[in-house]
Design a binder for this molecule. Structure first.
Ligand SMILES: Nc1ncnc2c1ncn2[C@@H]1O[C@H](COP(=O)(O)OP(=O)(O)OP(=O)(O)O)[C@@H](O)[C@H]1O
Ligand SMILES: [Mg+2]
Length: 375
């Protein structure tokens, strides 16, 4: 089986119920009866260096069953390297990562418990999608009927007999997902599965992943585009420059609310706010945005803003709490973490102890590391 691709197993009790490929036509579970046990993933102090390149530094997080966890970060943040460490494909320089309490390599029947898609389909272009899956199923000791089930599940039933060389990028992504689902796994690890999917495909993927999590499976999915996963994930782990920049629910990324306020006399309003120590900036419409001080978890009180204007005798045309746009918050967070990482790196040349930047990061509580090597 190709490195980076998993998905084999007994698939007992599968129903292989058909699933449409259109938006909203989320596939029903492959096992009747709904709830099932997902696998917990726990990373503690994961660090990976490739020579002098610090790909991942002191990364700790956990991934819970029954949830879709987004693994977010810009290009080069260390997402793929981390996912590879989860799957035992890259040996950590330091730290540990466990699946269901043990390294991936020590799982019983790992191919039937963990499905992964890391590098697209990776199929021979001259082979049909169905033949590619049959080859994987044979290698993993799976029943051949499972191939048609996963083709159906991923909306490829009609294209299964076509050569993979003629597949579009989106079809290749679906084939990679089909391969990951072959073993009817409890944990799905998907690296940028939305790449190459059109909007309808992304909507389909959203339903697909939500359904899998709804069945109790654990879903870990990476992306470098926040909006791609915004409506899919229960929580996110944001990586930047190899560090965990944020770990929590998506809503928490935007931080505390500010207040958008406007007046026919904007200069007078700005002066009134400044007199009360309320810093503000102009938003795109020209209205004034009063933000909490940098790093403060406390929202801006609209009453305080209104009172400041009233005291100065400034009439208001608008006053409303507002949260920072998620995308903007994400970009700011990544930028701050990258800057902090670069500063920490300048102070501490490469050595055995990885530098931890002083960022607004909220890393997961480090778990008790084991001394076992993944590979
Ligand atoms: N085998 C390798 N040898 C040397 N450097 C590597 C290797 N694999 C990854 N890196 C480096 O590690 C860093 C993290 O790479 P990684 O592929 O994990 O990032 P990523 O978050 O997945 O990025 P992308 O969004 O572009 O896929 C990068 O600087 C990359 O060049
Ligand atoms: Mg990557």
């Amino acid at each position: 089986m190709a490195a980076g691709r998993h998905g084999a197993g007994t698939g007992t009790g599968t129903t292989g119920a058909p699933a449409g490929a259109g938006a909203g036509a989320a596939p029903p579970g492959t096992r009747a009866g709904g709830a099932r046990g997902g696998l917990r993933v726990e990373a503690a102090g994961l660090t990976k260096r490739f020579g002098t390149v610090r790909a991942v530094t002191d990364v700790s997080f956990s991934v819970e069953p029954g949830q879709v966890t987004g693994f977010l970060g810009p290009n080069g943040a260390g997402k793929t390297t981390t996912l590879r460490m989860v799957l035992g494909l890259v040996r950590p320089t330091a730290g540990t990562v466990t699946v269901d309490g043990r390294p991936y390599a020590r799982l019983d029947r790992p191919l039937s418990r963990v499905g992964a898609a890391l590098d697209g389909a990776g199929a021979h272009p001259g082979r049909s999608g169905r033949d590619h899956l049959r080859w994987l199923a044979a290698a993993g000791g799976l029943p051949v009927r499972r191939c048609d089930e996963v083709l159906e599940l991923t909306g490829l039933a009609d294209a299964g007999g076509r050569k993979v060389g003629g597949f579009s990028l989106g079809m290749q992504q679906r084939l990679a997902l089909a391969a990951a689902m072959l073993g009817d796994p409890d944990l799905l690890v998907l690296d940028e599965p939305a790449n190459g999917l059109d909007p309808a495909g992304i909507a389909w993927l959203r339903g697909f992943l939500r359904t899998l999590a709804g069945e109790g499976r654990t879903v870990l999915v990476s992306s470098h585009v926040l909006s791609e996963v915004e409506q899919t994930v229960d929580r996110v782990v944001v990586l930047a420059a190899g560090h965990v920049a944020y770990d929590g629910v998506l809503g928490g990324l935007a931080g505390p609310t500010g207040v958008l306020v406007d007046s026919p006399d904007r200069p007078a309003l700005a002066a009134a706010l400044a007199a009360e120590g309320l810093g503000c900036t102009g938003d795109h419409s020209g209205a004034l945005l009063v933000r909490p001080p940098e790093g403060s978890p406390v929202p801006v009180d609209p009453v305080r803003v209104g009172a400041a204007a009233a005291r100065a005798g400034v009439a208001l045309s608008h006053l409303a709490p507002t949260s920072q746009r998620l995308e903007e918050a994400f970009l700011r967070l990544v930028q701050r973490t990258e800057q902090a990482s670069a500063a920490a790196r300048r102070q501490q040349p490469p050595g055995p102890a990885p530098a931890r930047p002083t960022t607004p990061a909220q890393p997961t509580t480090p778990q008790q590391p084991t001394t076992e090597e993944v590979r």
